[in-house]
Write a protein that binds this ligand. Structure first.
Ligand code: NOJ
Ligand code: CA
Length: 673
């Protein structure tokens, strides 16, 4: 038995590899190996010589053409290196380092139809990416992909945090995370974050998703740890159609020794083409308020009637409030006709130009301008894509003519009105089309129910923020009581690694008394303290950041000053402490300034942190405005107390942070007068 096994093993080792090529990151730690054995092409990933991903198959299944997977050979390889710093017009960091080694492997099929492709691999110090490129060729011209066969054979039964991807009627990302060994989930969305038994962190995702289906991962065998790309289908089941020359998105694996090194994540940005907009001067990160939470609480309506939220008078009041408090924008939902009745079933009925009679769009636009506030025009499609695309030109023309330069889009359905998955190539094309058209008209985009972020903002910096996870809205109406205290401590290391999120923090009316009735313990509510709501402005990165509560709930609240002060655009980001699902402490310096903001959040556990302020400029004197959980604060029993103190600090100071259960702390550290 043992002898037989040893013989088999030796035989396996002795099987000649028909080619193997490698590329390592500039620091030499991450190595991708591309190999062919018996006609099958694989990729694998090692770090410091230890396997992270074992040899994993590559290939495609086509409709109407043979599988492209067997009888492959490596025909040629070319290498390149790249070392460049580039600047983001806005972001979590101003400057990004793109330093990588590249290996392009030309692969040929050794039997008919003798197709060829290039596997392009880039190895960075913070991870790797690879993509398939199909040159134009007689035997691969118009094609239809029924499955991508790319595998991820994880070397270890790592502990992962995931959202499932194949749940019927849950074809979105607004779910709570599960965690456990990789052998447990049957299907997952990316970004997928995991920690190996060696302590190495890995995040699988994709970059530059332009004209392809979104990649989820699925398993062929339960209990297994080999996942395969599972592309989201269009109506009829096909995954991708195209014509060569063609390239897939990058398949990416971010790698880090510590959770705190995962953010800010720039791997995906480095794998997207540079900005194509001639000018980005018109693009403005901003904080905003809106006619929004009232609808989620049920005290106002999107539809017409006595409680209609989007009236000219309400809009002007909101603009006054924004102007008085230094907010750049005002979102107004329910302004356009189509909301009456079942607005999901009637998705083709939305107009994107026609306002309800009690809302004068031109007058509200004029009033906003006069007060130096931008309107964010709401475009809920309910997944009626054709209806929206038909109206896009006339709508954007109208908005531009009124000087309106921001929209919030929405797609509250699992499958589009046309029968395509929310994440299909059809929708990827649609989301991209919106970004491009909006850019043409000088319009910034905030997308809800979006396709996941794969770094589009580098190429189109008008693609500002998106939802794509469970946000604050779930605390208003969710059947499971709202987001649990650990939620944002998971988001930070998962969804937020792919890009900004329009989470809409800042609810002070934690028990939602504004809904008009006291909530029973099992009813939804905000499951944080007020101080944690403040800290979320620093922890959750978004260039569009809402102060989500009703204006009256900020009245007479000294803690509101933090929301007025906090920046939305950053030069530098440092994650000081973090443990996925437990806590996050992050410091960010505002873009072009010397003021730092620090946000700390915890799950249901009380925690303390000792934070050295060594990130401050030595020799300079600062004042720290500290918004901490007050005496007795506890998300469940006493979420309201906030203790506001001011302290003189320098780079030699340390701050002792005390966080309540479900609590947080927010600090503004500004140069002393
Ligand atoms: C869901 C979005 O996430 C939310 O922000 C919006 O208010 C509703 N859809 C209505 O469009
Ligand atoms: Ca949503």
């Amino acid at each position: 038995m043992t002898i037989l096994r040893t013989a088999l093993l030796l035989a396996a080792l002795a099987t000649p590899l028909q080619g193997q090529v490698r590329v390592a990151s500039p620091d030499g730690r991450n190595t991708v190996t591309v190999a062919v054995r018996d006609g099958r092409l694989t990729w694998s990933l090692d770090r410091d010589g230890h396997p992270l991903i074992l040899p994993s198959l590559l290939g495609f299944e086509f409709r109407g053409a043979p599988t492209l997977r067997d009888s492959l050979r490596i025909a040629d390889t070319t290498r390149a290196s790249h070392d460049e710093w580039w600047t983001q017009p806005w972001g979590e960091v101003a400057r990004v380092h793109d330093h990588h080694n590249e290996l392009a492997v030309s692969v040929e099929e050794m039997k008919a139809p003798n197709r060829r492709f290039i596997l392009r691999v880039r190895a960075f110090d913070d991870g790797i990416g690879f993509r398939y490129e199909f040159p134009d060729q007689p035997n691969l011209r118009d094609f239809a992909i029924s499955d991508e066969l790319t595998e991820f054979a994880f070397a270890d039964n790592a502990h992962a945090w995931w959202l499932p991807s194949n749940r019927p009627r849950m074809d979105r990302s607004e779910m709570l995370f599960s965690s456990g060994p990789l052998s447990v989930p049957d299907s997952i969305q990316t970004p997928l974050t995991m920690v190996m038994s060696t302590g190495t962190y890995m995040v699988v995702h994709e970059a530059d998703l332009e004209d392809y289906a979104r990649m989820n991962l699925g398993k062929r065998r339960m209990e297994d740890r080999t996942f395969q790309a599972a592309l989201a289908p269009m109506a009829g089941g096909l995954k991708v159609t195209g014509r060569t020359p063609f390239q897939t998105p990058w398949r990416t694996v971010q790698v880090a020794d510590h959770a705190t090194q995962l953010a800010p994540s720039v791997l995906g940005l480095n794998l997207n083409p540079p900005n194509v907009l001639p000018s980005t001067d018109w693009i403005h990160p901003m904080k905003y308020v809106g006619i929004w939470w009232g609808m989620h609480l049920g005290v106002q309506t999107w539809s017409s009637g006595p409680r209609h939220g989007a009236t000219t008078a309400n809009a002007k009041r909101m603009i006054d409030f924004a102007a008085a408090n230094g907010f750049g924008g005002v979102l107004i939902e329910g302004w356009n006709t189509g909301w009456d009745g079942d607005w999901i079933a009637n998705r083709q009925a939305f107009s994107f130009t026609q306002a309800y009679p009690d809302y004068d769009l031109a007058e509200v636009a004029r009033y906003a301008h006069a007060h130096n506030v931008r309107l964010i025009v709401h475009n809920e499609t309910s997944g009626g894509i054709q209806n929206y695309e038909r109206q896009m030109d006339s709508a954007y023309t109208l908005y531009r003519s009124l000087g309106l330069d921001a929209i919030k889009t929405g797609y509250v359905t699992d499958t589009t009105g046309e029968g395509h998955s929310h994440w299909s190539q059809f929708m990827v094309r649609h989301y991209r089309h919106v970004i491009e058209e909006a850019a043409r008209y000088g319009i910034m985009v905030d997308a809800h129910e979006p396709i996941h972020d794969t770094g589009e903002r580098r190429t189109y910096p008008n693609m500002m923020s998106r939802e794509g996870a469970r946000g604050q809205e779930y605390n208003a109406w969710s059947g499971d009581g709202g987001n649990p205290p650990e939620h944002e401590t998971i988001l930070f290391f998962t969804r937020l690694l792919d890009g900004p999120m329009d989470f809409t923090p800042g609810i002070f009316d934690i028990l939602e008394r504004s809904a008009g009735h006291a909530r029973e313990p099992w009813e939804p509510r905000v499951r944080t303290t007020i101080a944690k709501q403040l800290a979320l402005y620093v922890v959750i990165y978004s260039p569009l950041q809402m102060a989500a509560d009703l204006p009256e709930n900020y009245e007479g609240q000294p803690a509101f000053q933090f929301i007025r002060d906090v920046a939305v655009d950053w030069d530098t980001t440092r994650v000081i402490a973090g443990s996925i699902g437990d806590y996050v402490v992050v410091a960010r310096r505002e873009r072009g300034g010397q003021t730092w903001f620090l946000g700390a959040i915890t799950d249901e556990q009380a925690r303390t942190f000792d934070v050295p302020l060594s990130f401050l400029t030595p020799g300079r004197r600062y004042t720290a405005d500290i918004y901490a959980d007050g005496p007795g604060a506890n998300w469940l029993t006493n979420p309201f107390p906030v203790a506001i103190t001011h302290r003189a600090v320098t780079s030699a100071s340390r701050l002792h942070l005390v966080l309540a259960p479900g609590g947080g702390q927010a600090i503004r550290i500004h140069p002393a007068q």
